[in-house]
Write a protein that binds this ligand. Structure first.
Ligand code: NDP
Length: 290
């Protein structure tokens, strides 16, 4: 028979997780601060607990949290008896918050596994969508409850440091933020052209970003070897010079260039330091003060 699951938090993500576990046949106990959100799930076979303390006390499988932020996790678990419990936290947090929360939970006699979900709610319980969750911390807990975790999304265990799932999660989200900034700039450039078709342009942009994403591997190879000229086909001096055309075009199209200029400034500084023959890896050093 399938492992029972206790879930605290029935927001958009928590509700999707609940449905995935019910669909996979896991007996499910749920709690949510606003109790009305539990009603439809009770209709689908879940049991609702009135308080987090009651939910945790009756848990015989993992206690999963999917709340707004780390502060809400502290509020929900405060006053619950965690002794002997397996706590899996799928609430987005910073690496330091995850490490502190792990210590806080372990001091209360429970085991702690942190997760960062790389999926949106419609991808939960649908492995074919490619959604997955980073896990780090207690490897024993991860292995023991793997079947439960895999009923929600694919899984990637990224080490025993409790902060590393959060770090991976936030690093990917940070890269995505920079990418969205570039996308916003690109749409702003083409938008004034009345005869330009946005949908057609979007297809070109998506393909281009996909093709350029592979550059990350070359950057990693350079960061590992320490030779930032390794495998360079587009050198920094050329790219930095090309930035003039990017900025001039922004001016021609009356587009605010400020989403691009901070990164261009790093490229310029690296060239000024005599590294025009490198690729982009040196900009990482400038960000970390190296
Ligand atoms: P929602 O805003 O839909 O839900 C937030 C949940 O947190 C609700 O259950 C809410 O309860 C609860 N909550 C908020 N504050 C408190 C508190 N002080 N005490 C107790 N419960 C509280 O968010 P999501 O479900 O979308 O997100 C949940 C987590 O999942 C977040 O950490 C988010 O970053 C992460 N995540 C979400 C993704 C998404 O696309 N939605 C993608 C990847 C990760 P109430 O119903 O009473 O308000």
């Amino acid at each position: 028979s399938k492992s029972p699951v206790t879930l605290l938090g029935l927001g958009a993500m928590g509700t999707a997780l609940a449905r995935a576990w019910l669909a996979a046949g896991h007996p499910l106990t749920v709690w949510n601060r606003t109790p009305e959100k539990a009603a439809p799930l009770v209709g689908e076979g879940a049991r609702a607990a009135a308080t987090p303390a009651e939910a945790v006390a009756s848990a015989t499988g993992p206690v999963v949290l999917c709340l707004l932020d780390d502060a809400s996790v502290g509020e929900a678990l405060d006053g619950t008896d965690l002794k002997g419990r397996a706590v899996v936290n799928l609430t987005t947090a910073t690496p330091a918050q995850a490490r502190r929360r792990a210590r806080w939970v372990e001091e209360r006699g429970a085991r702690f596994l942190d997760g960062g979900i790389m999926a949106v709610p419609p991808m939960i319980g649908r492995p074919e969508t490619g959604g997955y969750t980073f896990y780090s911390g207690d490897r024993v807990l991860f292995e023991r409850h793997r079947e439960v975790l895999e009923a929600a999304t694919g899984v990637k265990f990224v080490g025993e440091d409790h902060g590393h799932a959060a770090l991976h999660d936030i690093a990917l989200l940070s890269a995505m933020t920079g990418m969205f900034a570039g996308i916003a700039h690109a749409f702003a450039l083409v938008r004034p052209e009345r005869d330009l078709d946005e949908a057609g342009f979007a297809a070109l942009l998506a393909d281009w970003l996909g093709a350029m994403a592979g550059m990350t591997h070359g950057m990693a190879a350079q960061l590992v070897s320490g030779d930032y000229t390794e495998g360079v086909t587009s050198n920094l001096a050329m790219m930095a010079a090309g930035n003039d055309a990017l900025l001039a075009t922004a001016a021609e199209q009356s587009v605010d260039p400020r989403l691009l200029t901070p990164y261009m400034e790093l490229m310029r500084r690296r060239v000024a330091q005599g590294h025009g023959d490198e690729g982009l890896a040196g900009t990482v050093d400038l960000l970390t003060g190296g």
